[in-house]
Each structure stands twice: as structure tokens, then as C-alpha cells.
Design a protein around this ligand. Structure first.
Ligand code: ADP
Length: 398
């Protein structure tokens, strides 16, 4: 079975074609500038075919999907003989609200339900729906599955997902913590249990997804019981450009003083805050590491804040679960920055965590970075959301 995994954004579309016999990626790529002019980078990973990296007109997502199918099946760049060899399509969908606690086969009713969640994710869900409709237009009745970023967190209890605001806002408007990166937290926690050789139902895991966007999840006996992102991905840890947790009074103060509209304010909190805002250097942790090494105090402060917040939130989840068996690091920073991992792990001394420096220096593989006698195990597990989407699609489509 071959499954096409699609992650559609408003002007971009990422894809992978995965062979489910081996779970190998046959080809991957990225369409950019959809609706502007259009560019496709297509990378075949089997058969020794060359990379295609050229402008292709893409007035809409339909032309983007058509270009992807064209390349996947072409003699020069292709990895399959025809579109018929693609058995199903799995779509990443950002927000499933309270409707979707797991992945689901896409039909008109599901599309309508994803549309109903648009107010919760006004930028992402419309793009995801556009991707689904474009696939329908180009690929006909190939079975499709929606995999939601929020679904894994639907097991959180009310005490974790409720905000302490008047209850009507939850009841009438769905205002609550939803959480994001669920597909990643699900993948790495399951993989962590595999690496520990224990059923996930016997483990307490804290999963730290640290990329440009970052979130932590508490996974108690296989079920998410808390996570740091909320109604939107703005909160929790300070991130590349997002502020993380913030006193709402600060918003009122800044808006009043500088005469900002709420949209201008949110733009600042989403795009100009986080480690970028504090450091004034960059949202990229590599730049911050370099700047801090050259003596830039604000870069150092931004890194210290990030590490402190990861430790603080992770620690609160150890309390929430009354213990922890394993801590997992994943995503861009979690997978690549041994300094960040080591600095965070220092805060976990009270848990009996000790880090094996040689293991922590490894990259690009699943690795236990704690010493064999460490009371709590610490892992680096490269995330693989596309594989989860492909597996769910296979399981649902049969
Ligand atoms: P996204 O949230 O966009 O999916 P990623 O998970 O790809 O983000 O993470 C991107 C971030 O990973 C970059 O902003 C960069 O700061 C960080 N990163 C990548 N490589 C390294 C590295 N070697 N050291 C520190 N940070 C890194």
C-alpha cells in the first residue's frame, strides 16, 4: 500500500509518498508560493531519479496537487507508474475541536465538521480543507483520512483543559485548552515505550517537542493528561517568535500605551516575541547559541528562559502524574541541540536524572541519553508526524 501524506498550508503544501510495506519514504517535496506564482521542489528517494526544483504555475492548490501527482508519476522524476498506485491520502488537519479525538475517514460530513472548527484555527483549517478539496478534484474518489494535531490531547481531564473564566465561554463557545503537536507527542511517546521495552500503558512520559513552535505533553499510561499549548499555539513555553504564557494585563497595558489594535498586538505576540523578542537576535536557536557564545547577554537570557520554562513545565507534569519514567526530547531544537538538552537535564537532578555525554552527542537517531543507572530515562527521538499520518490512514482505509 502506498500512501500520500499531505500537509497543506495557505500558500504551501508539503508531501511525502510512503510505501507502507517498508514504511520507507519514496518521494517528498514542497510546493511554495501557491496563489502567487508557484514553485515545486520534488525529491525522489528511490530509483535514483533526479531532484526537480523549478517554478511551476500554481494559481490554486489544485494545480499544486496536479503538479505533485505529475512528478510522482513522471518517467523522469517519478517513483510510481500511475496515480492508481497511490492507494490513499492522509491529510494533516490542525484543529479537530472536541469533535475529533482520533483520525477519521474524510467524507462530506467530516469536511463540514472541520469547517466548523475554522474559528478555532482561522489560518490553518481553511488551508487544510483547500488541500483536501484539491486532492478530491485531482485524484477523484481515492480514500482520504484526516489526522488532527489536537486529537491526541482530547483525553485531557476537565481540570487540565478548562480555563478559569466564566463557564459559559466553554459551554457556548468551546473556549478551553486544546493543545497542538499531538501527532508528534503521540509518535515519540509510543516510540519511547518501544525503546523501553514496556507497554505504554505502564509508563509516565513527559514529551518535549522543541522546535520553532514548542510544547510539552504529560502522557500518563498512554493518555495525554496535560499539554502546554492551549486554545491556540501561542501559550506555554516561550518559542521562536511566540510569547508563551503571559499575563493578560500586559496585553491591555501595551495596547493602551501604544494604541495597538488587538490584531497588531497578537501579531507582536505571535511573530515578534519569544526568544526573538527577548534576544533581539533571532528566532533560530543556532543563531542564539552563536550569539551567546560571543557574549551577547540577551541571547543568553533568551536561551536561559527557554530552558527554565521547559524544566518548569515538565516538572509540573511530573507533579500532575505523580512521577515520571521517561522524558523525551524531539523536533528541531530537541533533536539537534545537545547543549539545550544538557542544560534542561540539569534541572532534573531532583528526579535522579544523569546524562551520558557521549550518547547526548549523537544525532539523527533514537537514542537514550541518560546513563544506565539514571532513575528517570531520557531519550532523543526524531519525530515523524508523516509516518503517524500514513499509519492512521492505512489502518482506517484498511
Ligand atoms: P517547526 O516548528 O518549524 O517544525 P522544527 O522542529 O523544524 O520547527 O525546528 C526548527 C528549529 O530547530 C530552528 O528554528 C532551529 O532553531 C532549531 N535547530 C535546528 N538545528 C539546530 C541545532 N543544531 N542547534 C540548535 N537548534 C537547532
Amino acid at each position: 500500500m502506498k500512501i500520500l501524506v499531505i500537509n497543506a498550508g495557505s500558500s504551501s503544501l508539503k508531501y511525502q509518498l510512503i510505501d507502507m510495506e517498508t514504511e520507507a519514504v519514496m518521494a517528498k517535496g514542497l510546493c511554495e508560493r501557491i496563489g502567487i506564482d508557484g514553485h515545486l521542489k520534488h525529491t525522489p528517494l528511490v530509483g535514483g531519479k533526479p531532484v526537480f526544483n523549478e517554478d511551476v504555475p500554481m494559481p490554486t492548490h489544485s494545480e499544486a496537487i496536479a503538479a505533485v501527482i505529475d512528478k510522482l508519476t513522471s518517467a523522469e522524476y517519478g517513483v510510481v507508474g500511475s496515480m492508481k498506485e497511490i492507494d490513499a491520502v492522509g491529510h494533516r488537519v490542525v484543529h479537530g475541536g472536541e469533535k475529533f479525538a482520533s483520525s477519521v475517514k474524510i467524507d462530506d460530513e467530516v469536511i463540514a465538521a472541520i469547517e466548523e472548527c475554522i474559528p478555532f484555527a482561522p489560518l490553518h483549517n481553511p488551508a487544510n480543507i483547500t488541500g483536501i478539496n484539491a486532492c478530491k478534484a485531482v485524484m477523484g474518489d481515492v480514500p482520504m483520512v484526516a489526522v488532527f494535531d489536537t486529537a491526541f490531547h482530547q483525553t485531557m481531564p476537565g481540570k487540565a483543559y478548562m480555563y478559569a473564566v466564566p463557564y459559559e465561554y466553554y459551554k457556548n463557545d468551546g473556549i478551553r485548552r486544546y493543545g497542538f503537536h499531538g501527532t508528534s507527542h503521540r509518535y515519540v511517546s509510543a516510540r519511547c515505550a518501544e525503546l523501553m521495552g514496556k507497554p505504554i500503558e505502564e509508563l509516565k512520559i513527559v514529551s518535549c517537542h522543541m522546535g520553532n513552535g514548542s510544547s510539552i505533553a504529560a502522557i500518563d499510561h498512554g493518555k495525554c493528561v496535560d499539554t502546554s499549548m492551549g486554545f491556540t499555539p501561542l501559550v506555554g513555553l516561550p518559542m521562536g517568535t511566540r510569547c508563551g504564557d503571559l499575563d493578560a494585563g500586559v496585553i491591555q497595558f501595551i495596547m493602551n500605551k501604544y494604541g495597538y489594535s488587538i490584531d497588531e498586538m497578537l501579531n507582536i505576540l505571535n511573530k515578534k516575541s519569544g526568544v526573538l523578542g527577548v534576544s533581539g537576535v533571532s528566532s533560530d536557536f543556532r543563531d542564539l547559541d552563536n550569539a551567546a557564545a560571543e557574549g551577547n547577554d540577551r541571547a543568553r537570557l533568551a536561551l536561559d528562559m527557554f530552558q527554565y520554562w521547559v524544566a518548569k513545565v515538565a516538572g509540573s507534569y511530573v507533579a500532575a502524574m505523580n512521577g515520571v519514567d521517561a522524558i523525551v526530547f524531539t523536533a528541531g531544537v530537541g533533536e539537534n541541540s545537545k547543549e539545550t538538552r544538557a542544560a534542561i537535564a540539569k534541572y532534573f537532578g531532583y528526579l535522579g536524572v544523569t546524562i551520558d555525554e557521549a550518547a547526548n552527542a549523537k544525532r539523527g537517531e533514537d537514542v537514550m541519553i541518560s546513563t544506565p543507572d539514571s532513575k528517570v530515562k531520557v531519550f532523543v527521538i526524531p519525530t515523524n508526524e508523516e509516518l503517524v499520518i500514513a499509519r492512521d490512514t492505512r489502518d482506517i482505509v484498511g
